[in-house]
Design a protein around this ligand. Structure first.
Ligand code: ZN
Length: 355
């Protein structure tokens, strides 16, 4: 079926029939990206949630469906709420919630802010950029006081949030979901990098198929809906700030494998339990995988200026890939497709001693 990239459907205060019996039925009832508007007590303000930018990241959809179907209709949220459900077509493709985007298309969260004049504009991906613009427009038209973009990681890991600015407001929004806020200045043409004149945070709820991740998203939505004043300094929990992680990638055409032991594969081989490092980090002199004769040249870790700083973070111990210092890892995954499409993981030097 041809995808209509200009399509955007609207639902105002949906009833139980619109919402269907469960989130799967609800997903299958949608034909394309869908905007759900909920009337709040204060109708002059609006808070926006975006989700399912990537079709294999269901926590936001599951949570918003749960919130919509279990809320007490007589208890309006403090402000209007707008939920924007994006990559419906990719998510509904069998097996459900396993396709990041439709074949031949592109990850929409790399398509924001790209116009015909932009150096990364590709004619074949025009539809994606158009959809990205529609979604951006759907956010702007309600002049929101905050935007929260709900995501999942491909592999298990603790919840964390990301923002391009640290303010009391982003910290308090983050605290509704988790205890870690990453300051990111990455330039990926993601939604988060666009300017909306309000607080914007991305939540990585945890693994796509982890009930706990859905729970985190639900609790956060409920909290935001009830919160009187998000501008008020109001931190639910202490939030640790992590500054500017870098993305570890294999260079183009380098083979990537996962294994329990050294199998002598070409390119880069990561330990197949690499996601464990999402929880505890990796220590100086700890190995995380193996590399072939090309050593660290297989990998790139670009800093803000585009310089490869891999040598500051890792070294080769014979053919082992070893941490040069204590590191924090985020979104480490043994999902090869995700690792190649995005990165092997996000990494930051662990400044504090472990004591
Ligand atoms: Zn995502």
């Amino acid at each position: 079926m041809e995808i209509d990239y200009s399509e955007l459907n609207y639902l105002q205060d949906p009833n139980w029939q619109d919402l269907h019996a469960d989130y799967v039925q609800f997903l299958l009832s949608m034909t394309g990206p869908t905007v759900i508007d909920i009337t709040g007590k204060n109708t002059n303000k609006c808070r926006v949630f975006t989700t399912l930018l990537q079709g294999n990241e269901p926590s936001g959809l599951i949570a918003l469906h749960r919130w919509l179907t279990t809320r007490d209709d007589s208890q309006l949220p403090q402000t209007n709420l707008r939920f924007i459900i994006c990559s419906v077509e990719a998510a509904s493709k069998k097996s459900l919630f396993t396709h990041r985007f439709i074949d031949g298309s592109k990850d929409i969260n790399r398509c924001f802010g790209i116009t015909k004049q932009h150096p990364s504009f590709q004619h074949s991906q025009q539809g994606c950029y158009e959809r990205a613009q529609r979604i951006e427009q759907a956010i702007r038209e309600v002049n929101p006081e905050m935007v929260i973009d709900l995501h999942n990681a491909s592999s298990p890991g603790p919840t964390f949030s990301i923002s391009s600015i640290i303010t009391t407001e982003t910290l308090s929004l983050a605290s509704f979901f988790c205890q870690t806020l990453i300051l990111s200045d990455l330039n990926l043409n993601s939604l988060m990098e666009q300017e909306f004149s309000c607080s914007f945070i991305t939540i990585e709820c945890g693994g796509s198929f982890d009930e706990q991740a859905h729970e985190v998203a639900f609790a956060g939505i409920s909290h935001v809906a009830q919160c009187d004043n998000i501008g008020y300094i109001h931190q639910e929990k202490n939030v640790e700030v992590i500054y500017r992680p870098l993305r570890l990638q294999v260079k183009t055409d380098v083979n990537l494998s996962y294994a329990e032991h050294d199998e002598g594969y070409s390119g880069v081989t990561l330990k197949n339990n690499i996601e464990y490092f999402n929880f505890g980090g990796a220590h100086q002199d700890e190995m995380i995988g193996w590399i072939d004769g090309d050593g660290l040249n297989n990998l790139q870790l670009l800093d803000k200026k585009g310089k490869n700083v891999i040598d500051d973070y890792f070294y080769a111990r014979e053919n082992q890939l070893v941490c040069k210092q204590n590191l924090r890892l985020f979104k480490a995954t043994s999902n090869k497709e995700a690792a190649l499409n995005d990165c092997l993981f996000y990494v930051v030097k662990h400044i504090n001693s472990e004591a």
